[in-house]
Design a protein around this ligand. Structure first.
Ligand SMILES: *Cc1c(COP(=O)(O)O)cnc(C)c1O
Length: 396
């Protein structure tokens, strides 16, 4: 059996999205910036996609959507723009959290080296940022608050509307990396007081390599990619028309089917949580309920996440240990450290992220195999020996 349980890393293209992309490869392949019919047909569809996406996230105007190469580029552009806008008014303080995606954290590092003052908030042990911590960190010179909508490793959902309301009241631009949320939970940029929002198509069954930045009217953007006048001069480069068509179709489909998908995916996730919780010295990371439908993250004491992944792969199960971006490094996940887990516990983590294409049968297969592999790894683990003989205290 082969089971794909790494939907937080990327997803399979939906048939509807694939269908929507096809004409833009070899039929309507004109450059949307050209004046002849073939180009104008592409430009018309681009506008239709922009209009549809704006409507699906509650934006007031399609011109507030800038197409990008994905979530990382949107995060870079949002944060750099807010920093530059602030600096022009002498405001050089940026607030974010310790468990953001590296596209946010590394951009903030770069700005710190340029002289910006960056406050990274701690995250409560349930994986949820506290609104009062954001409020306490705000200063007169704060130029940006950036808090992710849903965390990519543990799946917890943040109090975005409350943080948005706070920022709006204090006149501070608010950015959210909504890559794990869009298409999975309701997102409304106006109702939630969001000024800047990053999105990536491949996390909701759209194609990889495309995303968008929502920037509320009145928030000037700084170019990351200089070039032609595409995207109203905010992002150079010929638009990836097939990918944008796929993204709009995938988002439409995800929003239209959100209720039924949520019900199914939540059921699958609950089967995983119930099954894996019966393994001794295991811990579910992040709030029990305040999470996106499909993502669960467990720590198993006495084992290494990497070994667990490799053995699960041999059983045909594709899963992840923390973030895809850090696998290959031996450091434990910055997200699990941010929620207060000790290094030795954080090392034994497993992220399973399921979607609407998964089945109940697959969940049973995952639970069975994780149980067996954890038992095997513990049987050969010197650390587990020490835990069992009492030479080392159990931390879970
Ligand atoms: C995947 C992801 C990104 C990066 O998106 P890409 O389109 O792969 O660049 C950013 N933030 C979060 C929370 C993600 O899960």
């Amino acid at each position: 059996m082969r089971v794909y349980a790494d939907n937080a890393a990327t997803t399979k293209l939906s048939p509807a999205a694939k269908e929507a992309m096809l004409p833009y490869f070899d039929e309507i392949y004109g450059n949307p910036s050209t004046l002849y019919t073939l180009g104008q047909e592409a430009a018309e569809h681009l506008l239709a996609c922009r209009t549809e996406i704006a409507q699906l996230i509650g934006a007031a105007d399609p011109r507030e959507i800038v197409f990008t190469s994905g979530g990382s580029e949107a995060d870079n552009q949002a944060i750099i723009s807010a920093a530059r806008n602030g600096a022009r008014k002498g405001k050089k303080h940026l607030i974010s959290t310790k468990f953001e995606h590296h596209a946010v954290l590394h951009t903030l590092d770069k700005l710190r080296k340029e002289g910006f003052d960056v406050t990274l908030l701690d995250v409560h042990e349930n994986g949820v940022v506290r609104v009062e911590d954001v409020a306490a960190a705000i200063r007169d010179d704060t130029a940006l608050v950036s808090v992710m909508f849903a965390n990519n490793e543990i799946g917890t959902i943040q109090p975005i509307e409350a943080i948005g309301a706070l920022c709006r009241e204090r006149g501070i631009p608010f950015h959210t990396d909504a890559v794990q949320a869009i298409g999975h939970v309701p997102v409304d940029v106006q109702a939630m007081h969001i000024d800047l929002l990053s999105c990536s198509a491949h996390k909701f069954n759209g194609p990889r390599g495309v995303g968008f930045l929502y920037a509320r009217r009145g928030i000037p953007l700084t170019n990351i990619i200089e070039g032609g006048a595409q995207e109203r001069g905010k992002r150079g480069g010929t638009e990836n028309t097939p990918a944008i068509a796929g993204m709009a179709a995938a988002l439409r489909e995800a929003v239209d089917h959100m209720a039924e998908n949520t019900e199914k995916v939540t059921r699958l996730r609950e089967t995983l949580i119930a099954g894996l919780s019966t393994i001794e010295h295991a811990r579910l990371n992040g709030d029990r309920d305040r999470r996106v439908p499909g993502t669960v993250n467990f720590c198993f004491e006495g084992i290494e996440g990497e070994s667990l992944l490799l053995l699960l792969d041999r059983k045909g199960i594709a899963a992840s240990s923390g973030s895809a971006c850090t696998s290959g490094s031996l450091d434990p996940s910055h997200v699990l450290l941010a929620i207060g887990l000790p290094h030795e516990v954080a090392h034994g983590s497993l992220r399973l992220s399921v979607g609407e294409y998964n089945t109940d049968e697959e969940m049973a297969y995952i639970v069975d195999n994780v149980r067996q592999v954890v038992a095997y790894l513990r049987s050969i683990s010197p650390v587990w020996d020490e835990l069992e003989t009492g030479a080392r205290p159990h931390l879970i």
